[in-house]
Design a protein around this ligand. Structure first.
Ligand SMILES: Cc1cc2nc3c(=O)[nH]c(=O)nc-3n(C[C@H](O)[C@H](O)[C@H](O)COP(=O)(O)OP(=O)(O)OC[C@H]3O[C@@H](n4cnc5c(N)ncnc54)[C@H](O)[C@@H]3O)c2cc1C
Length: 469
């Protein structure tokens, strides 16, 4: 074996996964097609609350928040919006910051924990057997490991080498992207986004004087290889926002189409898929990178447990299979919700447009609907299925509980399970903060911030060997 785990692709998903594995003492090598110093293309700007909580559990959230601007509401159609301010989290907003800021932090996290990077390493083929996986690169180099994770994006070579289908369809064609300067300020300095009968347009600040424009015109459907014309971009933004903000001097213009696809299997033997390699959907709702990062947070500790051989073989297999069981339904849900948003934004018939207007008002004003929508988009509402008969908290997201010497997401920074209200070796033990009305006398929290078991201390201690021996 050249290493314990190979991670193919150093995008946000691969960087977080590799960093988590290395933090757990696993040997990890990242194989990246790009040459050293060439950065990934920034596409994502919105970092949602649940992702910020996962970064908080690794001590990175405050540094990322310092790079961007918090936006306290999700803007929908015709200026309707859904407030995020009631979300039960330290981060009741969506943080607008360019993807390269997130990747910079994740790169530093991976390097600090000792991840090895191989650049100019485009994986083209894989073979696996009972003991491990061998990856072959375009230049003939071969790497072998006990497990391999494909985080190599939407055109994943790993997914292809596994022979897996990527079923779905194209949802929006002819979306224009551009990086420009503005002559006029945005109304709030950071973000302008709206969808109208003319199309949709988002203008967001990089924070350094450049702005990203993403827009779509109902009247301007062109093939991906038709160059974007500055006047076409201006006219689309103007038709949606009433102004083009004096956009000028583009440094980059591009046109793309957006697909909605999900791989049916996230695991084939010793090989896993995560991030865009497993699921892709329209940018509506800004959830792609967020979902990939949460895939990584879910898989990292499970793979680390398997490599360390901490659990009996059958339970290890069950834990590795739980990655598919937990994350595939989340991916499916994200495809559905972002698909609904983009189809409503593009609605052309009068009844659909009327439905859009009603929906936007209703979601924004009726508290349970608003809560469900914002919980889904922010990720704060995500929960995993637990076995029948489990405590009602099992599988739920753990809130940032106050502890007698801090708070839960600080205690999670060791990368280990956190046991609150009882003590046992091999886990981080904590006590509830005095006066806090605990949801159960004892709670066992997984390294990804979801509840493994809850109940009396004796019940939780009895559950411990199934998770961490
Ligand atoms: C216009 C637009 C706007 C978006 N806005 C948002 C947003 O606001 N919020 C959000 O959460 N998401 C957003 N997304 C989605 C987000 O950008 C992606 O989901 C995210 O980048 C996926 O991360 P990843 O690490 O899974 O894959 P990628 O970022 O695609 O990284 C894959 C990596 O693998 C490498 N690679 C590829 N093939 C190979 C190979 N064969 N061998 C080795 N390495 C390889 C690549 O060089 C790359 O470094 C947006 C997407 C688009 C198109």
């Amino acid at each position: 074996m050249s290493t314990d785990v190979l991670v193919v692709g150093a995008g946000p998903t691969g960087l977080l996964l590799a960093g988590d594995l290395a933090r757990a003492g696993i040997d990890v090598t990242v194989l990246e097609r790009r040459a050293p110093g060439i950065s990934n293309l920034t596409r994502a700007f919105g970092v949602h609350a649940r992702t910020l909580e996962e970064l908080d559990a690794r001590g990175m959230a405050d540094a990322l928040v310092a790079t961007g601007s918090p936006i306290g509401a999700l803007r929908l159609f015709g200026h309707a919006q859904v407030s995020l301010e009631h979300l039960p989290t330290r981060f009741p907003y969506v943080l607008m910051t360019p993807q390269y800021q997130t990747e910079k932090l994740l790169q530093a996290y991976a390097e600090k924990n000792g991840v090895q990077f191989e650049h100019d390493a485009a994986v083209t083929a894989l073979t696996q057997d009972a003991d491990g996986v061998t990856a072959r690169c375009a230049d003939g180099r071969e790497f072998r490991a006990r497990y391999l994770v494909g985080t190599d994006g939407v055109h994943s070579a790993v997914r292809e080498a596994l022979g897996l289908p990527f079923p779905g369809e194209s949802v929006v064609a002819s979306i224009m992207l551009a990086d420009v300067r503005l002559a006029e300020p945005l109304p709030d300095g950071v973000l302008a986004v709206n969808a109208t009968d003319a199309g949709f347009a988002m203008v967001v600040s990089f924070g350094d004087g450049w702005f990203r424009v993403m827009c779509w015109s109902r009247d301007g459907q062109r093939a991906d290889d038709v160059p974007v014309d500055l006047d076409e971009l201006r006219a689309t933004v103007r038709a949606v926002h009433g102004t083009d903000f004096g956009l000028h001097d583009p440094r980059w213009l591009s046109r793309f189409h957006s697909d909605e696809r999900q791989v049916p299997q996230y695991r084939v033997g010793r090989v896993f898929l995560a991030g865009d390699a497993a699921h892709v959907h329209s940018p509506a709702g800004g959830q792609g990178m967020n979902t990939g990062l949460q895939d990584a947070a879910n898989l990292g500790w499970k793979l680390a447990t398997a490599v360390h051989g901490r659990l009996p073989a059958a339970r290890t297999e069950e834990l590795l299979d739980s990655y598919q069981a937990e994350r595939h339904p989340v991916g499916e849900q994200v495809l559905k919700s972002s698909g609904n948003l983009v189809r409503l934004a593009m609605a052309s018939s009068a009844p659909r447009r009327a439905a859009r207007a009603v929906l936007a008002t209703v979601i924004g004003r009726i508290a349970p609907l608003r809560g469900k929508f914002s919980g889904a988009v922010s990720g704060v509402g995500i929960a995993y299925a637990a076995p029948a008969g489990s405590h009602p908290l099992a599988g739920k997201r753990a809130a940032d509980y106050p502890l007698d010497d801090g708070r839960l997401y600080e205690a999670l920074r060791t990368g280990a399970f956190v046991l609150i209200g009882a003590t046992a070796p091999g886990v981080t033990c904590a006590a509830w903060a005095p006066g806090f009305e605990a949801p159960a006398p004892a709670v066992l929290v997984r390294p990804d911030g979801y509840i493994a078991a809850a109940g009396t201390p004796a019940e939780v201690l009895a559950a411990l060997p199934a998770w961490t021996a």
